[in-house]
Design a protein around this ligand. Structure first.
Ligand code: ZN
Length: 467
């Protein structure tokens, strides 16, 4: 019989971003995620490269979660002819709306800026990768939301079950059952996996039996610091800075990290870990919108958070202010001390955080508290690495503020958590994706080999027979 079940990787092959996976079963093709490549300009150029399949021939798309490196190429996929449904949880659908529209707006702005430059140099003008119209067209492809644990028919011969991934609100691992004639195979996509024991979300569902597993390996080489230690360090940073009369500036990712930090601050205030009337600003329209989405999706919460919710809104505090407008954001710049300011972007490469850094980095009473990942080449990384001066808006700013780097808040499972998630079921093969080749991926591969689990690191577009 002609073999009819294939898997191929079209992004996040031996790298961290651009997640995109194709499964073929009989006459049907299903895509799992269609994410954007993020990082250096060279890496981002991959976003305009061919997909490695014909978008018109894909029958359905399953989206594991709303991070841009998993959903960012969907508008392009739709523009190039994809006409099938997009299956996702209801929370992922709501967050993807925020993420895709925000990304489209930024790309239109970037393209307009580049166009002015190109015209001045008499060079051809490159269109934006994705326009707002493309993003709206993509959003129309989202079908009825899928609940956790309910098997759904995706196309004839492919059934999907979404499982908790504990990574961000609405995130899922997806188990596919493939049937073609007498042949049946199962393949599990981990999506991005969170750490067990984090607040708000339920823990990831351990990997069930499956012939094949496509697994993320971001932190395949290391474990994180314990969460309770990190939360205590956050309270210490806030309390000591406020006592010295400075501001606490927290560069924050808009999805999940912003809501987690709000929740920790809420709890810290209740436990009197810092001054009760401290003004707290969430200065990020995207994080504010995402917080509204959280409130609408109690079906994703763990028991502890659901209980906290019954006693009041765990995302609020007496002196919490949400600043959507630019004028509100600028008003915060006049506060010389005594406030907690959360703003994006988390890596400080853009967004309102740069204004707050400009006003606080030079103040020795203020603190900058990093609670997230800082990629190589970003302003956040330079500050974390101990730069004494940095350039912001072309201005040379001295770094006198105290810099805190708190490492235990990662949204990704650490090495031992990944191994525990995979468990001991026999597997025909485990495919490792979504990791740095020389670090997480190779190291996790060694760990799995030691347990006798066969692995493979798929190359980009490499067709793999699921036999
Ligand atoms: Zn993610």
């Amino acid at each position: 019989m002609h073999p009819q079940m294939f898997y191929s990787c079209h992004g996040a092959a031996k790298q961290v971003t651009g997640s995109c996976h194709l499964v073929r079963c009989g006459d049907y093709q299903v895509l799992i995620d269609c994410g954007m490549f993020q990082g250096s300009r060279a890496e981002e150029r991959a976003n305009s490269e061919p997909f490695g399949f014909d978008p018109r021939s894909v029958d359905a798309l399953i989206l594991t979660h709303a991070h841009l490196d998993h959903c960012g190429r969907i508008p392009r996929l739709v523009r190039e002819g994809f006409q099938g449904p997009i299956l996702a949880t209801s929370a992922t659908r709501d967050l993807a709306r925020i993420v895709l529209l925000d990304a489209a707006r930024l790309q239109e702005e970037d393209a307009a800026r580049a166009e002015r430059g190109s015209r001045r140099r008499n060079e051809p003008v490159a269109p934006p990768l994705c326009t707002l119209d493309d993003a709206f067209d993509a959003l129309e492809r989202f079908a009825t939301a899928v609940g956790y644990g309910e098997p759904v028919n995706v196309v004839p011969g492919i059934e999907a079950t979404f499982l908790d991934a504990g990574h961000i609100l609405g995130s899922a691992s997806v188990l596919l059952v493939l049937k073609n004639g007498q042949q049946q195979r199962t393949i599990l996509f981990s999506g991005d996996l969170g750490s067990p024991g984090r607040p708000i979300l339920r823990d990831p569902t351990p990997a069930p039996e499956a012939d094949f597993v496509v697994m993320e390996s971001t932190y395949g080489d290391r474990d994180h610091r314990s969460l309770p230690d990190s939360v205590s360090e956050l309270y210490e940073a806030v309390d000591s800075t406020l006592k010295h009369g400075g501001n606490v500036v927290i560069p924050t990712f808009a999805l999940e990290r912003a809501q987690e930090v709000l929740y920790y601050l809420h709890q810290g205030l209740q436990q009197q870990r810092f001054a009760p009337r401290t003004p707290v600003f969430l200065d990020s329209p995207m994080a504010i919108s995402a917080t509204d989405v959280f409130r609408r999706h109690p079906e994703c919460f763990d028991d502890e958070f659901a209980a906290a919710l019954r006693e009041g809104d765990p995302f609020t505090m007496p002196n919490l202010r949400f600043s959507r407008e630019t004028s509100e954001s600028m008003a915060i710049n006049r506060i010389e001390g005594g406030a907690v300011i959360m703003a994006g972007s988390g890596m400080c490469n853009g967004g309102r955080i740069r204004h707050h850094l400009r006003h606080n980095l030079w103040r020795d009473r203020s603190s900058i508290v990093f609670v997230g990942y800082a990629a190589e080449g970003t302003l956040a990384r330079r500050i974390v690495n101990g730069a004494r001066r940095v350039a912001i808006f072309g201005e040379d700013i001295a770094v006198n503020a105290k810099i805190w780097t708190i490492n235990g808040f990662s949204a990704h499972a650490g090495r031992n958590e990944l191994l525990a998630w995979l468990g001991t079921h026999p597997r025909r093969k485990v495919f490792l994706v979504h990791g740095e080749y020389e670090r997480g991926m190779r190291s996790l591969q060694d760990a799995l080999a030691a347990k006798g689990i066969p692995t493979h690191l798929p190359g980009l577009y490499e067709p793999i027979l699921l036999d």
